[in-house]
Design a protein around this ligand. Structure first.
Ligand SMILES: [Zn+2]
Ligand SMILES: [Zn+2]
Length: 159
């Protein structure tokens, strides 16, 4: 069987697609930290096995879990570290749904250390949000609302 006439460019593209498949369980924002961890002790005179990113990623998750379990959510003196999630790891944010033309209040993973590392950076916290008396964050209007993640809105964005 003869090999396909691939240019170097094609081969690179194929390699990237194969890596994306292999690494699809690693969220985008953790690819670089996992890669750094995996390559820290790598001898660059040998090829780097891309799959080594997976165990490094699992290790990141395990270290993060251990750290969160050893830190109590509320400190002994009653203070809280994170104003957005009160160290619960999750932030309730009033969210505008353009499809239903209504507001509702889902809970988003926070960007702080109280949140499992694989879920962080899911929502962009905005300066104009105000906390209401039920502890929910409320954008001043729909333009600073997080993007609605309901099935209808997600499908609309694909078209
Ligand atoms: Zn937080
Ligand atoms: Zn929606």
């Amino acid at each position: 069987m003869s090999s396909l006439p691939l240019s170097e460019d094609d081969e690179l593209k194929l390699a990237v697609i194969a890596w994306q498949d292999a690494l699809h369980e690693v969220p985008d924002h953790l690819l670089v930290p996992a890669w750094r961890k995996a390559t820290r002790d790598h001898n660059w005179f040998k090829p780097f096995p891309v799959m080594a990113i997976l165990p490094a990623y699992q290790q990141l998750i395990a270290e993060d879990r251990a750290k969160r379990q050893s830190t109590p959510h509320y400190r002994a003196d009653g203070t809280v570290a994170c104003r957005w999630c009160l160290d619960t790891g999750y932030v309730p944010v009033a969210t505008y749904c353009p499809t239903g033309n209504e507001w509702y209040t889902p809970v988003y993973p926070c960007e702080c250390a109280a949140t499992p590392i694989s879920q962080r950076a899911a929502v962009n916290i905005r300066a104009d949000w105000q906390r209401n008396d039920r502890g929910q964050w409320v954008p001043s209007d729909s333009s600073t609302s997080p993007r609605c993640q309901c099935g209808f809105c997600r499908q609309r964005r694909h078209h």
